[in-house]
Design a protein around this ligand. Structure first.
Ligand code: AMP
Length: 244
């Protein structure tokens, strides 16, 4: 428990991961740190991190039909169609591990996806109750995003993320944990990054207003040290009494 934090939504006072957490949506530009925070929430509350980017990349590497349709679009830094992505998310949210709650990382990314999700959640209960999403927007300036994305390297075996500027591996190009050769995502190349950030501005940034208008938005400064962002993220997860 982070010092001074109020009682979180998911763990009871004994810290057991038994409560219904409900849906958590992490909004933010590529490189804002959604994946990092999502992993920490997932560990703490025992609910799955659902990263649409990770699911798509897994489909690409397995050569599935979905992966074949998505690959070229992803390599250009554009968005995969709402129909494909919503279908994929619907399948994933039916899995039993989502029964207590889930963290959406990289979804929704368009107004159509947000509308679809609202309808999906309206028909969904957690422990017999409707729980609206907790929506957290992690805000990071453009230059910082560029540095994070161009410096990002990941381990293809265990998913560990590094940054050659701010969090380099002990041995250049090698995963500290498993010794695999680190890779750069094809869409983290400079020319594609510009396109991804442009898509973010045009398609995803308006969702900040969408959730603000619903009274659900909580903004965090994603440029603070990661522990501080995490403390603020956990604090933002506390639901109002009426929703617990
Ligand atoms: P990410 O790992 O979240 O940066 O996503 C990598 C790429 O996957 C994006 O640039 C898109 O091409 C695709 N993608 C991920 N999530 C979505 C989504 N919700 N809607 C459309 N395309 C997506």
């Amino acid at each position: 428990m982070v010092a001074g934090m109020s009682v979180p939504i998911a763990a009871d006072t004994a810290g057991r991961q038994t409560a219904f957490v409900g849906p958590i949506i992490l909004l933010g530009a590529p490189g804002a740190g959604k994946g990092t925070q999502a992993q920490l929430i997932a560990e703490r509350y025992g609910i799955p991190q659902i990263s649409t980017g990770d699911i798509l990349r897994s489909n690409v590497s397995r050569g599935t039909e979905l992966g074949k349709k998505a690959k070229a679009v992803m390599d250009r830094g554009e968005l995969v169609s709402d129909e494909l992505v919503c279908g994929m998310v619907a399948d994933r949210l039916q899995q039993p591990d989502c029964a207590r709650g889930f963290i959406l990382d990289g979804f929704p990314r368009t107004a159509a996806q947000a509308n679809w999700l609202d309808e999906f959640l309206a028909a969904r209960t957690f422990g017999g109750r409707h729980l609206p999403p907790v929506v957290i927007s992690i805000e990071v300036g453009y230059n910082q995003l560029l540095q994070r994305l161009t410096g990002r390297r990941s381990c293809p075996s265990d998913g560990q993320i590094y940054n050659i500027y701010s969090h380099p591996p002990k041995k250049e190009g090698i995963c500290d944990l498993c010794g695999s050769q680190l890779i750069q995502r094809p869409d983290d190349k400079e020319e594609v990054i510009a396109k991804r950030l442009e898509k973010y501005q045009a398609e995803t940034l308006p969702l900040v207003d969408y959730y603000r208008n619903q009274g659900r938005l909580q903004k965090l400064n994603g440029e603070l040290p990661v522990e501080q962002v995490t403390a603020a993220t956990f604090a933002a997860l506390v639901r109002p009494e009426a929703e617990k």
